[in-house]
Every structure is written in structure tokens, then in C-alpha cells.
Design a protein around this ligand. Structure first.
Ligand SMILES: C[S@@+](CC[C@H](N)C(=O)[O-])C[C@H]1O[C@@H](n2cnc3c(N)ncnc32)[C@H](O)[C@@H]1O
Length: 182
């Protein structure tokens, strides 16, 4: 428990930040977005499956990434955008969530469901609007069996508070298709 709390607060497991979202986990959010939207993907390069899939679905994408000198905590596109969608660095979840609510835009972020177990997270969400798009598989990011469920934490995107979505497979073993951002 002590180790988990330090992970949430200080980001001591920084290697966890470099897991790239597979295509199968981008797909469930697509049907909830208005057509031809303008979307900011703030933790993504042109090879991110978010950028690729959202563009293919007809949306207009602004992507940014720390590798491109664009730090989410002090960068924002100058152009109008409708949504912020991505998978953030796991070790900075609370800071990312805090900035997302301050930016005051609809968002959908991939986060591990186990974070709901922690008091810091419950305390953070007190009095805030939160929607969950929960997939019915523990999707693998690296081909190995995943130990927990990563799903979408959203604001002002879903038609109701909690929605479950079916996935054909969990992207592990014979089903594994890696992100092109890898
Ligand atoms: C969990 S990965 C996900 C990457 C991509 N969004 C995806 O879903 O495949 C998070 C990414 O955010 C990047 N990152 C870390 N801190 C950042 C910051 N302050 N601003 C922008 N990107 C950051 C990391 O280097 C990492 O590549």
C-alpha cells in the first residue's frame, strides 16, 4: 500500500510512462465523438494510435508531446479544439487530471481502473463531473497478459455516467498488435 501511494504521489515508477495505447483500445471512444471535431492529443506523436485512428475517423487533430518540446503542463494549442483525448503519463495522473479540469474542456483519458481504489483519487473527484467508459477486457499494451483494466475517464463526452463496451480480444499473445508509436 505504501509503495502504491508513493507511485501515485511521486511517480517513482517512471518507466510506466512509456506504454503506448494499442488500436483496439482507441476504438471504443470513437462513436461518442461529434463528427469532424477538433481534438488535442497532448501526449502523442504523429505515430500515436490516437492520432492515426482519430484522423481516419474524420477528425482534425492537434498533437503534442514532451519529446517535441511541448509540456502538457504549460502548453495548449492556440487553435480552437473540442476535446482532449489521450493516454497520459501514468506517474503524473493527479497533476494531469488537475490540469484537465482547469482547462475546462471535454476530455477522455485512459487510466487504470485500480486508481479508483485510492483515497487520493476519491478525494480528488469529490464534487467533480466524471464519466467512465469501461471496456470488458484487460487490454495488453505489450503482448503479455495485463493485470488490470485500462479504461476511459471522461468529462462531458458520454451520454451517461458509466458505459461498458465490448472488445473482441484483450490484445495479448496471438492477438497482440503493437502501437505504431512504440
Ligand atoms: C502512457 S504514454 C502514452 C503515449 C500515447 N498517448 C499513447 O497513448 O500511445 C504517455 C506519454 O506522455 C509523455 N509525457 C510525459 N510527460 C509529459 C508532459 N509533461 N507533456 C507531454 N507529454 C508527456 C511520455 O513521454 C509518454 O510518451
Amino acid at each position: 500500500m505504501k509503495k502504491m501511494k508513493s507511485w501515485l504521489k511521486t511517480g517513482s515508477f517512471n518507466e510506466k510512462d512509456e506504454y503506448y495505447t494499442p488500436k483496439i483500445l482507441v476504438e471504443p471512444i470513437l462513436k461518442y465523438l461529434k463528427p469532424n471535431s477538433y481534438i488535442w492529443c497532448p501526449f502523442d506523436t504523429e505515430k500515436s494510435e490516437f492520432v492515426i485512428q482519430l484522423k481516419e475517423a474524420g477528425h482534425n487533430i492537434f498533437y503534442s508531446h514532451i519529446w517535441l518540446g511541448q509540456d502538457f503542463f504549460n502548453y495548449e494549442p492556440e487553435e480552437h479544439y473540442d476535446y482532449i483525448i489521450s493516454n497520459p503519463p501514468f506517474t503524473r495522473k493527479l497533476e494531469v487530471l488537475d490540469r484537465l479540469y482547469k482547462l475546462n474542456k471535454p476530455f477522455a483519458m485512459i487510466l487504470g481502473l485500480p486508481i479508483l481504489n485510492y483515497q487520493e483519487i476519491g478525494n480528488f473527484f469529490l464534487g467533480k463531473d466524471l464519466q467512465l467508459l469501461i471496456v470488458d477486457k484487460k487490454v495488453s499494451f505489450d503482448g503479455n497478459t495485463a493485470s488490470f483494466n485500462n479504461s476511459y475517464f471522461c468529462r462531458d463526452i458520454l451520454p451517461k455516467g458509466i458505459i461498458f463496451e465490448h472488445l473482441e480480444n484483450n490484445n495479448s499473445r496471438k492477438h497482440f498488435i503493437k502501437s505504431r508509436m512504440t
